[in-house]
Design a protein around this ligand. Structure first.
Ligand code: FAD
Length: 351
């Protein structure tokens, strides 16, 4: 046995670190197991030009404000990696890496966490494994016949990857819009979205989204009518590069195509577009396969929760992932509150 602790936190990204911060404050004995070799989690894997959609102060984990990045209102991904690296050192969070969790099993009074470097026994587990390791690509007819390059958001780096080529970008969310804007100048771009792109007002950034999520949480807490998630405001934050490409008339979205051919895509009305590359900005799914032995899986690949606590296993909490584990919990600033709740509930359970 590698170790016996009160709590194992699986995942050392922002969610796992926020959980660690609160577990430490409550005096619990815990270990954070992270599959990546270095700090920074998903932020190590973004495309080069990605910037946050909120200013630094609105992208902070509990206890420590993110310092501003000199010369940038909206910090870039490297700045987030530096911040997370500093955060786990500052709070001396016991992060073990690279340690990949293969499965979580019930083992009497414990949950047994099997990893690629031994097993841990824990009285409770917080799963904070994010979504970035599970990119989603829709099953479009003909996809496997395509002769060109197919990339998912998580594999895209910069316009250099596809410069001068015919590129189809699929997806009407933030990543689709930002990558389309990135490619609008140096490629022959076709941008495809399921529905007409829904931009948030130009003066709305992550600050307003967070305020909206907070108002929603308060309404739900008070038993009032659900005000709707941030998706009710729109799909695309008009960050400066997106705004610039849109205003230059370079972001004209086409509806979703019908099928893919070896040389491109074809729409239901018979029109077609040639392509050398297709970039799928079609989202992610929660990375939950390590929890399969617990048999908790519910609809849509999720595990039913009340707040962060798994309904079928009270010793398990899920953190991050999306609004279903707490409003805005998959954002830097939003994860602090559900992390605090999860740690508090675990402390109560273990007492
Ligand atoms: P992750 O950062 O994915 O960390 C999970 C960690 O768990 C990783 O290190 C992973 O390797 C590890 N792991 C996974 N499985 C295992 C396993 N079995 N065993 C051990 N370790 C494992 N949020 C904002 O606040 N502001 C923004 O501007 C913003 N922009 C975004 C832009 C894009 C394009 C996307 C996709 C997301 C953005 N987000 C933004 C959302 C959000 O901040 C991220 O999705 C965030 O990475 C979620 O953090 P996390 O800690 O939950 O997961």
């Amino acid at each position: 046995m590698t170790g016996v602790v009160d709590v194992v936190v699986i995942g050392g990204g922002q969610s796992g670190l926020a959980a660690g911060y609160h577990l430490r404050r409550l005096g619990l004995d815990f270990a954070v197991l992270d599959g990546r070799p270095a700090p920074g989690a998903a932020w190590q894997r973004t495309w080069d030009s990605l910037h946050l959609f909120s200013p630094a102060a609105y992208s902070s984990l509990p206890g420590r404000l993110m310092p501003p990045q000199p010369g940038e209102t909206y910090p870039d991904a490297d700045h987030v990696v530096t911040y997370l690296t500093d955060y786990e050192q500052r709070y001396e969070l016991p992060v073990h890496r690279p340690v990949r969790v293969a499965g979580v099993h019930r083992d009497g009074a414990f949950l047994r966490v099997e990893t690629d470097s031994g097993a841990w026994l824990a009285r409770a587990v917080i799963s904070a494994t994010g979504t970035w390791s599970r990119p989603f690509v829709p099953a479009v007819p003909g996809r496997t016949t395509f002769r060109g390059t197919q990339l998912h958001t998580v594999e895209y780096g910069s316009p250099r990857d596809v410069a001068g080529r015919k590129v189809i970008v699929v997806g009407g969310g933030n990543s689709g819009a930002q990558i389309a804007a990135d490619l609008a100048y140096d490629t022959d771009l076709t941008w495809v979205t399921l529905r007409e792109p829904r931009y948030l007002a130009d003066d709305i950034d992550g600050r307003a989204l967070f305020d909206h999520a907070t108002a929603r949480r308060r309404a739900l807490d008070a038993g009032r009518t659900d005000t709707g998630g941030v998706a009710s405001l729109g799909d695309i934050v008009a960050v400066p590069p997106v705004r610039a490409a849109r205003d230059a008339g370079l972001l004209k979205a086409q509806p979703m195509f019908d099928r893919i051919t070896p040389g491109g895509a074809v729409w239901a009305d018979g029109t077609s577009a040639e392509a050398d590359a297709i970039i799928w900005c079609t989202g992610f799914r929660p990375a939950l396969s390590h929890l399969a032995p617990l048999g908790l899986r519910g609809p849509r690949g999720r595990i039913p929760t009340a707040g962060t606590q798994a309904i079928g296993e009270p010793r398990l909490h899920l953190l991050g992932y999306g609004d279903w584990t707490g409003p805005a919990s998959a954002t830097l600033i939003g994860v602090g509150r559900p992390a605090r709740e999860a740690a508090r509930q675990i402390a109560d359970l273990l007492r």
